[in-house]
Design a binder for this molecule. Structure first.
Ligand code: PMP
Length: 404
């Protein structure tokens, strides 16, 4: 296990106590994670010490701010084994998906393949593109135990497939999808691949070259970073296929009244003043995670998830979604207590033990329909969570199931 005690001391929120003295048991990390002091300080430091716009002024402070921003890009690029020219800062994962959706040149009849286990962020943009450009949307289904039905992909891919857009890890089932295999198949058919890595980059070591994808998106706030900063990775070879979806200052190399020429990668996709403080905070988050080591993060989460799966799986009154094998999933467990609405269960967990979990559809409404679940409760773990917290979650779920 990680040394959670020393890690927990870095997170100011974890020292707070409720009026009854109960500490916060924060198990909503798939929605957003808590922030360590190091990240908060990096954000404050930009405003206190380096405030200036980037890529513009020639004065020293502006150059320091630019270095801060570009160094942050390098730090993030190394973290996912990309070149810094391939790392575009966005506002979040959702924006990254939209930049790709609006930046590809669509022809009527083109096809996009996605899956039934997507977050709305990687579904609704494709629906909009399909309506606007007469593109066809196809769906890869899941098996009964929550895996992608990859065998069916060959029958879905056609000469018209332009893009396969899928998540690396489902934010409900926790399934780690075989994206390497899917990317290989897609490229054999000359289709591009976008990976929604919002739930994988924070939790498992990522090497974009190994994944082989063309585009990959994630959010800073789900990996200890601030809100309002995310990443769109654009593989250098795929960058020609992508036009800037948004125009403005800094994304150009020359502007005439009638036309403009684009700046190099990655600035071509970053119009306007960027979130410099956010980038500095995200770099601090990456450094924090690297200090721990992503292999250790993964090992820690496996232990927590394993315990949650075993204990919740043993309760007859509880239905757990997703693969049974811990190694096939990331650190989150979605479940329902039979006969108890997910919101009621979440409210009780909060009221009884100050446990924060998410309830509802988790922005994955079609998946819940596919699972024949009205909604679900989701507990999601991170580096500061302990086995004791997971035990408390399971004890309280058991208590709730006895109330119903
Ligand atoms: N994809 C997945 C799998 C997610 O879990 C989330 C966040 N819940 C997103 C995309 C969207 O992230 P954001 O809201 O930060 O853009």
């Amino acid at each position: 296990m990680l040394n959670s005690e020393s890690i927990r001391r870095d997170f100011p929120i974890l020292s707070l106590r409720r009026e009854d003295g109960k500490p916060l048991v924060y198990l909503d990390n798939a929605a957003t994670t808590l922030k360590p002091r190091q990240v908060i300080n990096a954000v404050v430091r930009y405003y206190e010490r380096y405030t200036a716009n980037v890529h513009r002024g020639l004065y020293k402070l502006a150059q320091e701010a630019t270095s801060l921003y570009e160094n942050a890009r390098e730090t993030v690029a190394k973290f996912i084994k990309a070149d810094s020219s391939e790392v575009v800062f966005t506002k979040n994962a959702t924006e990254g998906v939209n930049v790709v959706a609006y930046g590809l040149n669509w022809n009527p009849g083109d096809e996009v393949i996605t899956t039934v286990m997507e977050h709305h962020s990687n579904l609704v943009p494709w629906q909009i593109i399909c309506n606007r450009f007469k593109v066809r949307l196809k769906f890869l289904d899941i098996t009964e135990d929550g895996y992608l039905n990859v065998e069916n992909l060959t029958s879905l891919i056609s000469k018209r497939t332009r893009l396969i857009a899928l998540n690396h890890v489902s934010n409900v089932l926790g399934t780690i999808n075989p994206v390497e295999e899917i990317t290989k198949l897609a490229h054999e058919h000359e289709a591009l691949v976008l990976i929604d890595a919002a739930q994988s980059v924070p939790h498992i070591p990522i090497d974009v070259r190994r994944l082989g994808c063309d585009f990959l998106v994630f959010s800073g706030h789900k990996m200890l970073g601030p809100t309002g900063i995310g990443v769109l990775y654009v593989d250098r070879d795929a960058s020609d296929a992508l036009q800037p979806a948004f125009g403005g200052g800094e994304m150009i190399s020359r502007v005439d009244l009638e036309k403009a020429e684009w700046n190099d990668m990655p600035w071509r996709f970053e119009p306007g003043t960027p979130n410099v403080a956010g980038a500095a905070g995200l770099a601090a988050a990456v450094e924090y995670l690297e200090e721990i080591g992503m292999d250790n993060v993964r090992r820690h989460e496996i232990q927590l998830t394993d315990l949650a799966l075993k204990r919740l799986g043993d309760l007859e009154s509880v239905v757990v979604y997703g693969p049974k094998k811990t190694e096939d999933r990331c650190g989150l467990v979605a479940f329902n207590v039979k006969g108890v609405n997910s919101h009621d269960a979440a409210l009780l967990l909060d009221e009884l033990e100050n446990i924060a979990v998410r309830s509802g559809l988790h922005c994955a409404e079609p998946l819940h329909r596919r699972l024949k679940a009205q909604s679900s409760v989701r507990a999601s773990f991170y580096i500061y969570n302990t086995l004791e917290e997971v035990e408390l979650l399971c004890d309280t779920v058991e208590k709730i199931s006895r109330l119903s």
